[in-house]
Design a protein around this ligand. Sequence first.
Ligand SMILES: Nc1ncnc2c1ncn2[C@@H]1O[C@H](COP(=O)(O)OP(=O)(O)O)[C@@H](O)[C@H]1O
Ligand SMILES: [Mg+2]
Length: 394
Amino acid sequence: MFERASAVIKDGNKLSFEYVPEKLVHREKQMERLEMLFRPMVMEGRSCSAFLIGGVGTGKTVTAKRFCDNMLKYCGSKGKLMDKIFVNCRLRNTEYSVILQLVRHYDPGFPDRGFSASDMMRALRIHIESGMRPLVIVLDEVDMLLKNNSKDLIYQLSRYTEDIKGVSSVSMIMISQESIVKLLDQATMSTFKRANSIVFDRYTKEELRGIIKIRADEALITGTIEDDIIDLLADFSEGYGDARFAIELIEKSAQIAESGTEGYISADDVRTANAMIYSDVSENKLISLDLNKKLALLAISRAIKKETIISITSAEKTYAIVCEEYDQVARKHTQFWTYIQDMEHRGLLETSVRSEIDGGRVTYISIPGIPPKELAKKLEYLLETPTSTDECEY
Ligand SMILES: Nc1ncnc2c1ncn2[C@@H]1O[C@H](COP(=O)(O)OP(=O)(O)O)[C@@H](O)[C@H]1O
Ligand SMILES: [Mg+2]
């Protein structure tokens, strides 16, 4: 049963998220900036740092990996030693598990219990110093760690960047969807330079087209994907500006085509794939919301636009405007807040509380799983075709 020859897919690995292409199109500027920021490390062994900031699927992880691999290769070719550790903070979102991974890089048998975090930090320091070479630590999705109250680890590592002795040095690349400056305290920030932020904008349709073309050529059998299908894939991905979505869409479309008999990817395969990917945010979930919640969610999806999160205050402002547009009376703050909680419970949005620089605490809202623009479109459509659930709760 498994022997059936593929008609469409040549090398499925080229569509996996783990795959790091040799060349990254449209990220040349970010690569150059990284090169510039890390030159002192490669040339003189000094400690450097960079923050990579951008939305989902803008190529932050793949760029960091490509850059570190290139840098390792370069150092190797010049007979220089260097080391790198890549930490995925979504998987390791506690201080303890991050330090454990760092220590295990040097000592794979290090036990996972019986040592305190500070014991492990001491062990790590000894390893780094006796390594006699620069070390780059990449903390991917570091916001996951910071939201978990793990600022201390970053602080301690930032001290390492200043006072590790001898030939060794510690450099950091921190990757996040939002500005890390907001998440870190001032003491830690003072050791990093704000100017070291590298921004990853959403990809334009043309850029996505280029990425899709290259990936499809690598992964699919020649002649199974026409240019107009590549255009269609780029069309569907444009709203998201997200290469992850684009690549997932190639993969799903190819799998659907594979199970058919035509031997190539058709426009319908792409449409079916697109519908499959976002079936999570099923219309049923939205239909069951009453009018006020629909308006609140529409306001949030409009207010978020290109950002990844918004504060509840700016959501409320947009909510007032949306209510006016739909001739409804905007509910007060406490009521709005219950809408948010209810919709979070239904899995339509997520909230998080952040400490601001002035010491205040602010609730932020994000929409997982669907680009805000698409969600807004769905809601606008539903609001034009009212149903019985639209009677408001008071
Ligand atoms: N410029 C690019 N060229 C080729 N592939 C890319 C590019 N940018 C992103 N990708 C691919 O898109 C997917 C998502 O990229 P990733 O780096 O994981 O995004 P992020 O970390 O910003 O969420 C990965 O499969 C990656 O290989
Ligand atoms: Mg990533």
